[in-house]
Design a protein around this ligand. Structure first.
Ligand code: GAR
Length: 355
């Protein structure tokens, strides 16, 4: 006997669910998306969204609306299958399929108490119509960060190139001592990080950083930064992008790289460049962060691993670790303590990232 076909709910069903919850003083969470190939990033995001209220409805874009949003090759799985898989998750109480590119009409019909959105949005950058529908419904809006390194596009890429190893392929950039680079190599060596370093690039020809790469048998590449000591030349930016692309890296790691990257590196590796910085960002951006913490009289400092965007030390934070500022600390002693924390934090973030 074949199992009965899964039927998603209608907007009216969900509205009744919402009204029942409302009468009991409970809250319905609403979120929406394509959910084409479910991965751990989706599951974590959905669990966080569900925790905002007492029940959750997921609105899934229909096949036609996924095609309109993502092109003719998508969806990989049809709307009924996507709805059925989502409905099986612990975090999900109801699934509806909707045909528009935006969820505006559905939001107006369901009037959820809470709206959760994943990604690099801010409340202000939400679509204006959706925002108006949410405001009219009195819904509170929560933006949840997506899990970096987990995406449908990356999953499809891995599936399309099975000959390529699933091991994360790194390009590491550094300007100085290279202790973070050593921490990455150590984590690879002891098996806590399943990755390989395809290339190490420095703007400093004689840096210990490049020496470490050579000693480990890794392609060590000096890139001439150009005449201006403060600004990496356009030619250098281009050269770095080409080296990284030729080496086939999945993720670019700035481990003590003291120059600012721009196009074309950031375009070629959008959301795939991460940096470690010796402060609890957004406090103390730029150079000399440990000294800035001492000057500010902070009782606590730490380090941040974040995505790199065009603004200095401003991309989305992926992880932080705290360290105390101790009486008598100098910038050197504080920085040394922060670096110990960095040596755990950075390999940990990389181990979480999927090629
Ligand atoms: C690290 O503390 C890193 O956070 C910092 O440079 C140091 C490099 O040490 N980076 C920045 O300040 C970037 N703004 P290392 O060469 O021994 O890894």
């Amino acid at each position: 006997m074949s199992s009965p076909e899964f039927l998603p709910m209608t907007a009216e069903d969900v509205r009744r669910l919402r009204d029942r919850l409302d009468a009991a003083g409970r809250k319905l969470v609403f979120t929406n998306g394509c959910f084409d190939l479910l991965h751990a990033g989706h599951v974590r995001y959905l669990n966080q969204a569900r925790a905002l209220g007492d029940a959750m409805v997921v609105a899934v874009n229909s096949d036609a609306s996924v095609r309109a949003l993502k092109g003719p090759a998508r969806p990989v799985n049809n709307e009924n299958d996507r709805a059925e898989v989502l409905a099986a998750l612990r975090a999900v109480d109801a699934v509806v399929v909707f045909d528009d590119e935006r969820a505006t009409r559905l939001i107006s019909a369901i009037r959820p108490h809470i709206y959760a959105k994943g990604g690099d949005y801010t409340v202000d950058s939400l679509n204006a119509e959706e925002r108006a529908a949410l405001d009219a419904a009195g819904a509170s809006i929560h933006i949840l960060p997506l899990v970096p390194g987990r995406s449908t596009t990356a999953t499809l890429k891995r599936a399309a190139t099975p000959e390529k190893s699933a091991r994360l392929c790194l390009g590491v950039l550094g300007s100085g001592v290279g202790s973070n680079f050593q921490a990455i190599l150590k984590a690879i060596q002891n098996g806590t990080l399943d990755a390989e370093v395809a290339i190490a690039i420095s703007d400093q020809a004689d840096s210990p950083f490049l020496e470490t790469a050579r000693a480990a048998g890794i392609h060590a590449q000096f890139v001439n930064p150009g005449a201006n000591p403060r600004r990496l030349s356009d030619a250098a930016q281009k050269e770095i992008a080409e080296h990284l692309q030729r080496a086939g890296v999945d993720l670019v790691v700035l481990a003590g790289f003291m120059k600012i990257l721009r196009a074309p590196v950031l375009d070629a590796f959008s959301d795939r460049v991460i940096n470690v910085h010796p402060s609890l960002l957004p406090r103390h951006k730029g150079a000399d962060a440990p000294q800035q913490a001492l000057d500010a009289g902070d009782a606590e400092s730490g380090c941040t691993v974040h995505l790199v965007n065009a603004e200095v030390d401003s991309g989305r934070t992926l992880a932080q670790a705290r360290v105390p500022v101790l009486p008598g600390d100098t910038a050197e002693t504080l920085h040394a303590r922060i670096k110990e924390a960095e040596h755990k934090l950075l390999p940990g973030v990389l181990a979480e990232w999927q090629a």
